[in-house]
Design a protein around this ligand. Structure first.
Ligand code: 5AD
Ligand code: FES
Length: 342
């Protein structure tokens, strides 16, 4: 823990030692305080906000944990048109959002040409806004085309950095090696890159989590998304138990210290597991929230896990409620692009 706080490079064994202390209240408190100190040093009390646009729930992949995996025949599939997406941006812009996150399953219907056009149109209409993509594993050439069209950032959680654990979560057609390659490609192309993983996914252990931290230390991403695993009733993991809020908070603090300038969201999954989850996340070192800007008619269909919050205060519409909640823990939501400080 001292080594982490002193910003020295850690080994897998050292990360394991830290993770084993997650139930020690003194260690928890120490890490949380250091996380908050760093977060305040780099970002003050600002909380950045991203408008999340879930534009398709069609997916060619079959990740065992995910509610929109291709073999879930019960999923009601949807796609937003270009006009629908632009309408979300317009609404979001008026609500103060200066970053739009286009997130979807790996849907081949959206060819590179279509995505490029969407990115171009958003960047033309809102040149001061950042566009973040979250559309999965693509070729170097595809990532390059999106970048040239104006995309600024890319979210691709690595899900787990342990080879064997990766195989527990995904069918054999997917590989950790390719996932990592994508992240390095994105970095090379000049994207601000986000990696991340679920907390408490089936088969996760202190050893696999240590691999995750080791990988983050090596990749040095600008963003890291973590949230508790939550079972979805129509998946292989329907009967598995959910990840814990406490453990997620502990890991948020560790990641803030490991990557002091990281953009770290208090995620929807954290808010789903605990009504105060996102506030707790901010108090553990997170500095980003990602309210949902998707049209109400399709929002429920982007059903990654059970009981996903998508109405009321989670929604972007309720900017005022969100402002109040964030102010209640001593922070302020700001209308800025919110790039990572260097
Ligand atoms: N519980 C929590 N998070 C999930 N995700 C997918 N399915 C679940 C689930 N059942 C996360 C994955 C993915 C992100 C978009 O949502 O980590 O990268
Ligand atoms: Fe593709 Fe979940 S399996 S988005």
């Amino acid at each position: 823990v001292d080594k982490l706080i002193q910003r020295q490079k850690l080994t897998k064994e050292e990360f394991i030692e830290i993770l084993k202390q997650q139930d020690d209240p003194d260690i928890r408190e120490l890490l949380k305080e250091e996380a908050i100190r760093l977060r305040k040093h780099y970002y003050g009390t600002k909380v950045f906000t991203r408008g999340l646009i879930e534009f398709t729930n069609h997916c060619k992949n079959d990740c065992y944990y995910c509610g929109i995996r291709r073999s879930n025949k019960n999923a009601k599939r949807f796609r937003l048109s270009q006009e629908d997406i632009l309408a979300c941006c317009e609404n979001g812009y008026e609500l103060g959002f200066r970053t739009f996150v286009l997130q979807g399953g790996e849907d081949v219907w959206y060819t590179d040409a279509k995505l490029v056009e969407i990115i171009r149109r958003i960047k033309t209409l809102y040149p001061e806004c950042a566009v973040t993509l979250s559309v999965g594993e693509k070729s170097y050439e595809s990532y390059k085309a999106y970048k040239e069209a104006g995309a600024d950032r890319y979210l691709l959680r690595h899900e787990t950095a342990d080879e064997q654990h990766y195989g527990v979560l995904h069918p054999a057609e997917m590989s950790l090696a390719n996932r990592k390659q994508c992240l390095y490609d994105l970095k090379k192309l000049g994207y601000q890159v986000g990696a991340g993983f679920m907390v408490g996914s089936p088969g996760q252990s202190v050893e696999t989590l240590a691999e995750d931290l080791l990988f983050l230390q090596e990749l040095q991403p600008q963003m890291v998304g973590i949230g508790p695993f939550i079972p979805h009733h129509d998946t292989c993991f329907a009967e598995k138990s959910a990840g814990s809020v406490e453990k997620t908070l502990f890991l948020l603090s560790v990641i803030r210290i490991l990557l002091p300038t990281v953009l770290l969201p208090a995620t929807t999954a954290l808010g789903t597991m605990d009504p105060q989850g996102r506030e707790k996340g901010l108090l553990a070192g997170a500095n980003v929230v990602m309210p949902n800007l998707s049209p109400l008619k399709t929002r429920k269909q982007y059903d990654l896990y059970d009981n996903k919050i998508c109405t009321g205060e989670e929604a972007a519409e309720c900017r005022e409620c969100l402002d109040k909640r964030i102010e209640s823990v001593g922070y302020q939501l700001v209308n800025e692009r919110g790039d990572a400080v260097l």
